[in-house]
Design a protein around this ligand. Sequence first.
Ligand code: NDP
Ligand SMILES: CC(C)CCC[C@@H](C)[C@H]1CC[C@H]2C3=C(CC[C@]12C)[C@@]1(C)CCC(=O)[C@@H](C)[C@@H]1CC3
Length: 331
Amino acid sequence: MPKVVLVTGATSGVGRALCQRLLREEEELHLCLACRNPGRAEALRAELVAARPSAQVSTVQVDVSDLRSVLRAAGELRHRFRRLDYVYLNAGIMPSPHLDVKALVSSLFSRNVIHVFSTAEGLLTQEDRVTADGLQEVFATNVFGHFLLVRELEPLLGAGDSPRRLIWTSSRSARRANFRLEDVQHREGREPYSSSKYAVDLLSVALNRHGNGQGLFSSVVCPGTMLTNLTYGILPPFVWTLLMPFIWLMRFFANAFTLTPHNGAEALVWLFHQKPESLNPLTKYLSATTGLGSNYVTTEKMDLDENTAEQLYRHLLELERHVRATVRSAD
Ligand SMILES: NC(=O)C1=CN([C@@H]2O[C@H](COP(=O)(O)OP(=O)(O)OC[C@H]3O[C@@H](n4cnc5c(N)ncnc54)[C@H](OP(=O)(O)O)[C@@H]3O)[C@@H](O)[C@H]2O)C=CC1
Ligand SMILES: CC(C)CCC[C@@H](C)[C@H]1CC[C@H]2C3=C(CC[C@]12C)[C@@]1(C)CCC(=O)[C@@H](C)[C@@H]1CC3
């Protein structure tokens, strides 16, 4: 039986590289591309099948920031598949980022420079928006839409003969100080991206607590800093090109500059092969690249506690009840 793998945000960046690498490296696989843009999804499907004609690739349309779209897509997936072996919860946004150039320059002269360049701590703020469902867009996309998808897919992720896996694309920039249980959507702050990724880390811990007994295992990864549509929103491609000599030099000191989505996918592919029972739920798995361009996976203990993870989980369940009621009454 081929393993069934669902990937959100497969149309570009690390999601796309993950699909290419899995199909190149794995024999028996059914890959389902969960994408918001059907045209791009179909173009990617055609490209993947052209590269490997025996590949089984399908698509499902989903906008993870839109709750009705998530409910509809999950219904379609439940209809199509009897189980899902791997779900990569990868789609993510960082809208309207603002780079603090003064902080960037002063970080160059601080002892923290490697940490700052690996996490962007103190360098970036974002302008968030509110979705049609009334949620903060970064939270809705990076956290809640995916949470709802997992909840809706529970019948496909239940106990079976082999473990089921959730693999979240988090970030090294997830930071405890940017997350508050009193404001999980980060309505009040200027760092919704970091807050959303911290929420992802907490959520993964809680999902392990509730799911491991039923054979469901969750992990978080950071692909490292890559040049993708997300980072081209911070600096345009030509500026990145101008910075390239400096970045190549930086790579000898900071392993987080994976740069290409292929390199960034290293930890995502590595996790595919690991026995989930051997993984630590409190560890983040990081793609890393050496100065000479070799890829490897390294780890980081997450700065969180299980009590906060549980409280966030309960908060998300409550929000889920609320939005389901709203969707039902509007339909
Ligand atoms: N780039 C980096 O340096 C880093 C990225 N990450 C994380 O990696 C993940 C992938 O980002 P990356 O590859 O860099 O960025 P890209 O912008 O290249 O890819 C993002 C993907 O997510 C999809 N997406 C965005 N919003 C939605 C939505 N509402 N519904 C469905 N799909 C959506 C995009 O679809 P579409 O093609 O339609 O736009 C695209 O396929 C994100 O979670 C990001 O936070 C983590 C650390 C560093
Ligand atoms: C390295 C160059 C000479 C200067 C680039 C300055 C900044 C644009 C980058 C420095 C640290 C980078 C960074 C990210 C984006 C680009 C920088 C701010 C991320 C926030 C991208 C998304 C993530 O999830 C994080 C892991 C990245 C952390 C570092």
